[in-house]
Design a protein around this ligand. Structure first.
Ligand code: ACO
Length: 443
């Protein structure tokens, strides 16, 4: 297959096609507008390939997810998160020596700039930790400016970001509970360091339970990349203007925050709590999810790409059972989640629309078991996604095909018209007292 033909009116146009290494086919439409004047219309870019990428492969029909060729199941069960971060960013798993140097460097770079610590004092106690994380990362560009061509500095800033994201996250939690910060330690893994910074106090050391360290390690790996999702595309979109790494990644954090994306893990637990308070009447909520007028969606269900099962949800369902089992706990929300999944998977509404539990359906239940507060769930997702954002930013920088992102639109507004009468272009010296508020004026 070398060409695709498009018939538009009386005209026929030919476009080249190309294939990826997993035989995915793309029609190269870059010349469409130049040749025909028309554009493609694809809201949400559901059929649009915005780049070529060698980082992550997903087959949504078969439930396949691979980082740099390695199946997610192998990495999630046998690798360390910091090694997976290295794999995503540099293309290969580190050897033993590279791994030790990398791990040590990540810990060395994990201390937050002393002046930035003061920022924590000025967020209101109600501030969402995702907001704090995004703002802190954005401000890192003031503290660590770098020359866009200096590869060494870029590498240093990559390590700073990876190292500091978990510290900022843990510090924002400590601030919210009014406890002093706990600093990272070189002899701890990435996951264990995060847990210790969250739960140790100056009075009491926190001995990280291996089951929780493994669970967090797995969660971070599972979240580490997912090709051109909303937040990663945001990082690429901002980065396409050659904005600095910190600016791009903080935009990614903000995109991830939304409840239809990474914010879904918090929304899932809030939904399960709501159902629990309502007498665990999960069938009522299935009916509500099917009723478009209710405005209710089954959070943690559905995915733009996975149309069979989400391999990450499969791993996490098992992990949730294991963590609760080892901790000797039961969680009524896990039972509700399993019931919801069972009923939804046998219901025509969900079957026809191929709606399956996604990564966020079970992750929140594990975070809950660990003792992580609900508002921190999406922050954990952001820590995990950091290597993916960085890897895409680096790939885009070196991609000769990369152009500033600038989609087109189809204009559906007013045709040309002209002002009549006096335009309200001069401001009165004083606004009359009885001027209606904007919301009261019908336009
Ligand atoms: N509950 C009920 N109905 C749903 C759900 C859901 N969770 N998700 C999709 N649908 C229905 C829609 O109403 C629509 O029905 P229709 O065809 O009759 O109009 C159909 O399924 C397709 O839905 P879209 O919104 O068009 O699918 P899209 O691919 O745009 O959205 C998304 C995917 C955003 C994940 C959606 O399934 C959703 O809102 N899920 C809940 C939020 C969630 O869990 N987000 C996390 C995603 S994973 C991640 O980002 C890490």
């Amino acid at each position: 297959m070398t060409h695709a033909r498009l018939i538009l009116g009386e005209q026929e146009y030919e476009f080249p096609t190309f294939q990826g290494t997993e035989d995915e086919v793309a029609v190269d439409m870059t010349k469409l507008r130049g040749k025909s004047g028309a554009i493609t219309y694809d809201p949400g870019y559901a059929n649009t390939g915005s780049c070529k990428s060698a980082i992550t492969y997903i087959d949504g029909e078969k439930g396949i997810l691979r980082y740099r060729g390695y199946p997610i199941e192998e990495l999630a069960q046998h690798a360390m998160f910091s090694a997976v971060a290295y794999l995503l960013i540099y293309g290969e798993l580190p050897d033993e020596k590279q791994f030790l140097v990398w791990r040590e460097e990540l810990t060395r770079q994990s201390l937050v700039h002393e002046s930035m610590l003061k920022f924590f004092d000025h967020f209101p106690p109600t501030a969402h930790p995702m907001n704090i994380l995004g703002s802190m990362i954005s401000s890192m560009s003031s503290f660590y400016p770098y020359d866009a061509e200096d590869e060494e500095k870029i590498n240093l800033n990559i390590m700073r970001l990876l190292g500091q994201v978990k510290t900022i996250a843990a510090f924002s939690y400590k601030k919210s509970v009014g406890q002093p910060f706990i600093y990272p330690r070189a002899n701890y893994s990435y996951a264990a360091n995060f847990l210790r910074m969250m739960f140790a106090t100056p009075q009491e050391e926190y001995v990280v339970p291996p089951i929780l360290e493994n669970a967090v390690n797995m969660l971070l790996i599972i979240h580490a990349d997912h090709e051109q999702n909303c937040s990663t595309s945001t990082v690429r979109m901002v980065g396409s203007s050659r904005a600095n790494l910190y600016a791009c990644v903080s935009a990614g954090v903000n995109a991830l925050w939304g409840p239809l994306h990474g914010g879904a893990n918090q929304a899932v637990v809030e939904m399960l709590e709501r159902i629990h308070r309502d007498g665990a009447n999960y069938k009522k909520y299935i009916e509500m999810a099917k009723d478009k007028d209710s405005g209710f969606r089954l959070m943690g269900f559905g995915h733009r790409v996975y149309k069979n099962f989400d391999p990450r949800a499969k791993l996490l369902k098992k992990a949730a059972d294991e963590v609760l089992g080892v901790l000797g706990r039961t969680d009524p929300l896990l039972d509700i989640a399993k019931h919801l999944e069972e009923v939804a998977l046998s219901d025509d509404f969900f079957i026809e629309r191929k709606l399956y539990p996604n990564v966020d359906f079970y992750s929140g239940l594990i975070y809950r078991a660990i003792g992580i507060p609900t508002e921190m769930f999406t922050v954990l997702f952001a820590i995990g996604r950091m290597p993916g954002w960085i890897a895409h930013w680096c790939e885009m920088r070196n991609d000769e095909d990369n152009k500033i992102h600038r989609p087109r639109q189809i204009y559906v507004g007013m045709n040309e018209r002209h002002m009549t009468g006096l335009p309200p272009h001069t401001e009165p010296a004083q606004i009359p007292k009885n001027t209606p508020k904007l919301a009261q004026v019908s336009v």
